[in-house]
Design a protein around this ligand. Sequence first.
Ligand SMILES: [Zn+2]
Length: 398
Amino acid sequence: MSLAVLLSCLWMASVAPQQELIDLGKQCQQAVTEIRSLPILKPIVWQITSKEKVRAYLLKVLAQQYAPGEMEAEQDAMRVLGLIPRSMNYQQFMVDLYMEQVGGYYDPKQEIFYLADWIPAHLQKTIIIHELTHALQDQHFGIDKFIERIKGNSDRQLARAALVEGGATLVMMAAPPSAQGSAADPSPTFAKAPRALRDTMLFPYVQGLGFVSHGRTQGGWSRIDRVYTDLPTSTEQILHPQKYFAKRDQPTSVNLAGIEKQVKGWQKIHQDVLGEFMTRQLLHALADRQQENQAAAGWDGDSFVVFKQADELAWIQLSVWDSENDAQEYLTALAQTMPSRLAGFTAQTHISKSCLRWKNDQGQAVLFERRAARVLLVENLPAAYIEPIRKAVWHAGE
Ligand SMILES: [Zn+2]
């Protein structure tokens, strides 16, 4: 889930000569410093780059940010949550997707702005202004940490990416009209990407734009400058900027430590925070954005763990909500996605609307249970494990 944001200092496009691009870049510099109300502190280093070099950079970043096996674990997590098809090679697809979309990037480690040599003319200024804003952000606030993977909390990582990309997108949009182009050319890889990957790729730009615009309206660019010393901590804050700028809603941390003791014979391969934004993606089977957004709203924190045994995948999530009502709404929405998200499971006689169970012919079970404003989800583990898991989770919460 975090792969999509690691490389997010890249921006849209797909063609141009060299010196002209460099000259154009220098012209854009003044526009950017004026719009963003920040001076350039030191000369910006430019380089023109090729597709081969960009691909090599992507692979290098991935190798730095993911230890061996972690990428496969993230792929398994995406699969068990139903966010990507089981047959998809996640890393390969993401690299292809970025290669299709990239027009340039700013490398905050080297402090060099790389301009792709294949950008179409109508997009050149747009991309240059966007990347120049990153260079400026870096000079003033140091954005190295924004491309660092936050292991175990990709929700927070996505929120950080939204600050940086939202800011660059706002400057890009405020630039003189000649600098604007259509944002995305027709892109076959993007078009065939699963919704969760498309939405996650766009999140920092689209929802980040909403967040930064909100803050700027409240207190100008200086208000946004201060956000860099007091970073957003969840996608919930990005989706609802008032939860950051007005009345701060900090996520509640949820503890599933030790839960693997109740899941004998299975390997714990991944742990993360889903967050409000990815909860919407999880509920995509509802095929009703309004209902998905409604069900994910009121999120206050969660933790999930993914398990593997041979080719079988399972997961457990504990989430906490602003109210019992919000928690129940999530549980009800989960139940509605059941037939399409997990095939072969039959609903059992339900004890109550706050405790729903399913079973399949292989003896595996699904449980969604709410207690007060918390919801426990267990999917695809042996039925015999359900009670020990319930006990461990609810007891720990008491
Ligand atoms: Zn960017």
